[in-house]
Design a protein around this ligand. Structure first.
Ligand code: SF4
Length: 210
């Protein structure tokens, strides 16, 4: 008997429950079933033997796994139930010592599933890095063209100042920016730009006579 398994009696006229309702939640399990290596995860009876034997789980405890499933079974089940982006460190929470496989009463080959999931994480990260690299490349090309010309630099400065002024509060600070800028203002405020740039001040200063 384990904490995840309950036994119910059936319906008996005049004794016990008169109705019995079973609600089945798929929660992504059909897609796990369709995958050749990962489908064995669904054999788990939640006995927790793999948790108790796992050297990683014994050091980190259950909260580190970020879901109700901790230990080796959590490391393979959670990334499959959630989107991988939200649990992509979990397949690496293992030394691959295979102690979990040895104790598992239903013989789930957890190390095999872990390795399969690690391959998926690597592919995902490759795509994420490629996307980030594309954005960075475009950003650098634009910056290169702006910095290469004095008038383009002045124009970009002016447009940036006009744009930022729209978001500057009366107290002189920017508390919320849209789009990518929101990632900055989500955690900290940004000081608004001064009325005069250094270039403007330099051009307007009284010239010394030679
Ligand atoms: S030992 Fe096997 S059956 Fe028990 S919780 Fe771990 S994966 Fe599930």
């Amino acid at each position: 008997m384990n904490p995840y398994t309950s036994l119910w009696t059936g319906v008996t006229p005049g004794d016990g429950p008169q109705n019995f309702h079973v609600v089945l939640l798929d929660n992504g399990r059909s897609s796990i079933l369709a995958r050749h290596t990962e489908r064995q995860t669904l054999r788990c009876i939640r006995c927790a033997a793999c948790q108790n034997t796992c050297p990683v789980y014994r050091q980190t405890g259950g909260h580190a796994y970020g879901s109700v499933y901790g230990g080796p079974i959590g490391a393979i089940l959670t990334p499959q139930l959630m989107h991988m982006e939200h649990a992509q460190t979990l397949p690496f929470a293992s030394s691959l010592c295979a102690a979990c496989y040895e104790v598992c009463p239903v013989k789930i080959n957890i190390p095999e599933v872990l390795i399969e999931l690690r391959a998926q994480v690597v592919n995902l990260e490759r795509k994420q890095t490629a996307r980030a690299f594309d954005l960075m490349y475009i950003g650098m090309r634009i910056a290169n063209s702006i910095f290469a010309s004095a008038w383009r630099f002045r124009l970009a400065q002016r447009m940036g100042r006009i744009g930022l002024r729209l978001f500057t509060s009366k107290d002189g600070w920017i508390h919320a920016l849209p789009s990518l800028g929101a990632r900055w203002t989500m955690t900290r405020d940004l000081r608004g730009l001064p009325d005069q740039t250094f270039r403007d001040w330099w051009a307007s200063r009284p010239k010394e006579k030679p």
